[in-house]
Design a protein around this ligand. Structure first.
Ligand code: NA7
Length: 535
């Protein structure tokens, strides 16, 4: 690191001003710590700041996908729709910043490039793209799970004369596709949300699909004031109900096994899920993600629904996934499959003949050039580890995090990794994170970190890091839990399978209640599995 300027001194540096970084800042301040949030974007919101593509919307209902740490906040804030769209989420973020007066400790347009642990001082030295340097006892990576874009490197990218966009780095001023020939690469959640809107604007839309995805109508609509009133009247209980469930939100869980249900019961339950919308399908049957037979029946129900929506049977076939239902995160859409009935939309199958290259005029598949004015890469993220590994993070004796994680991420509880004292990851690999309602998981992590810091301070200790054996055992446990399900069976971003060359490791931990209980026990036993040191 350059040594010309003395680093600014803080108790904690928090990287990222998304939901995690904002709440972490709030808690640090409550503890009387001097903290600074460093944020690469020109505004707060994290994932929701960057993902401004048309149709970007949360797939968990707003009454659940929101902070619960402050009752005044959750009582007073009014959501306008069942599922918040990206602009409303940013308005909510702005309100939180205002309400808790967080702005003065957030530094925007500041990308953290390096974070090195100084063994002798037992402090983190953090350096930004502008060469600013910070020294802090604690470094909290609130860098998000879906903030590092996955941009395939096709030949000829520089030759293409039209515009190139990535859904995860959408221009702040928006994009007008009117009268343009547009290509969308990918059919994940971002594509599924944006395609219906782009199709309405574009002269023609080509969708380049490698793998079809299951999608269930979100059944979005204006927030029903009666529903909001009822939830708010008993918000604490509603939140507790959410936290008692596998994915940390109320899934209207049906605990019945599909294996024990009659075909009529299965059909009725699936129809109820379809009408309720989107991710509620995860609550359909207790064996949906563990029994292939159960999954097959449910998947067939969804495929039949797709076929009923799409007029051209060949297109319907191409749009019908054959993978395990729910293995990749189920998408929640508004009019996605119907969009392929439009005359100005063409589905191009690139599963057997991949995209070859970009040309000056467009994109070439199987020797055919598709002429385009704009290409939208809806190709997802280097999820969970990408944003951490893109920072030069070094622990004890200069060990680079990227080296330690060469064969896949290794953490204890997704919170810390051995050899990197006082470096915390919020919703890190090995924590429930992306398999849950993220804000709920974030709050649990932030509270754990805040409590751990209090523990350190009251015991006159300076450093906290996992014991290697605790970390190894946790990594094994995370794998074991995923291995007992069907979640390993497809090329999902949970496994890193969407990024060429990324080690195939199931990264999130399935089971929020079990995880929370484990964290509770760990803390109650004096931070069992962690090494707490004077330096
Ligand atoms: P996803 O779900 O990772 O989807 C990315 C899509 O891009 C997916 O259909 C990929 O096909 C496709 N893709 C990626 N690389 C290529 C190449 N080289 N050629 C063709 N197609 C490609 O990302 P999203 O942004 O949609 O959603 C991420 C999460 O955000 C989502 O799960 C929600 O939680 C919100 P593949 O399936 O790999 O064959």
């Amino acid at each position: 690191m350059s040594q010309d300027k003395a680093p600014q001194q803080f108790d904690a540096i928090i990287v990222g001003a998304g939901f995690a970084g904002l709440y972490m800042l709030h808690r640090m301040r409550q503890l009387g710590l001097k903290a600074r949030v460093l944020e690469a974007g020109s505004g707060a919101g994290g994932t929701w700041f960057w993902n401004r593509y048309p149709g970007a919307r949360c797939d968990i209902e707003s009454m659940q996908y929101s902070y619960q740490f402050d009752d005044g906040l959750q009582q007073e804030w009014e959501w306008s729709e069942r599922y918040a769209a990206q602009p409303e989420l940013l308005r909510y973020v702005a309100h939180v910043i205002e309400r808790f007066q967080l702005a003065s400790d957030i530094q925007y347009n500041t990308r953290v490039e390096r974070a090195h642990f100084d063994d002798s001082a037992a402090r983190w030295l953090v350096e930004t793209n502008s060469g600013e340097r910070f020294s802090a006892q604690f470094c909290v990576m609130a860098t998000g799970c879906l903030s590092s874009t996955n941009m395939p490197k096709f030949e000829g990218m520089a030759d293409f004369k039209g515009a190139i966009y990535h859904t995860g780095q959408w221009p702040q001023d928006g994009v007008d596709f009117s009268a343009l020939r547009v290509g969308v690469i990918g059919t994940g959640s971002s594509a599924i949300q944006s395609i219906p809107i782009i199709a309405e604007q574009a002269a023609h839309l080509h969708v380049f699909q490698r793998t079809p995805n299951y999608s269930v109508p979100a059944q979005n609509g204006p927030m029903d004031p009666q529903v909001a009133r009822e939830i708010k009247a008993n918000y604490a209980e509603y939140r507790a109900l959410g936290k008692s469930q596998l994915l940390a939100y109320d899934l209207k869980m049906n605990h019945q096994l599909a294996a024990n249900a009659t075909p009529e019961e299965i059909r009725a339950e699936c129809e109820f899920r379809w009408q309720t919308g989107g991710l509620y399908f995860y609550g359909a049957f207790a064996d949906m993600l563990v029994s292939q037979e159960a999954n097959d029946v449910i998947a067939q129900f969804v495929r039949d629904k797709i076929r009923a929506k799409v007029r051209d049977p060949k297109v319907a076939d191409l749009l019908s996934p054959t993978t395990v239902f729910g293995c990749k995160r189920i998408c929640a859409d508004t009019g996605y499959f119907e969009t392929f009935n439009r005359d100005n939309v063409t589905l191009v199958d690139v599963s057997k003949t991949p995209i070859e290259r970009l040309t000056t005029a467009g994109l070439s598949v199987a020797g055919k050039i598709y002429e385009l004015d704009a290409i939208v890469f809806a190709t997802g993220f280097d999820a969970m580890t990408g944003s951490l590994e893109r920072i030069d993070i070094r622990g004890r004796q200069g060990l680079p995090l990227a080296d330690k994680w060469q064969a896949g991420p290794r953490t204890y509880l997704g919170l810390q990794t051995a050899g990197f004292p006082n470096l915390f990851t919020i919703s890190g690999p090995g924590s429930p994170s992306v398999l849950t309602c993220m804000i709920t998981s974030i709050e649990q992590h932030v509270d754990f970190i805040a409590d751990a810091i209090v523990h350190l301070r009251t015991h006159g200790q300076q450093c906290m890091e996992p014991l290697l054996e605790a970390e190894d055992a946790w990594v094994e446990h995370v794998n074991e839990v995923a291995g007992g399900t069907l979640l390993n069976s497809c090329n999902s971003w949970y496994l890193g399978a969407n990024v060429p060359g990324k080690p195939r490791v199931f990264m999130p931990y399935l089971g929020f209640p079990a995880y929370v209980e484990k964290c509770r026990q760990v803390a109650a036993n004096g931070y069992e599995g962690f090494k707490l040191d004077v330096a």
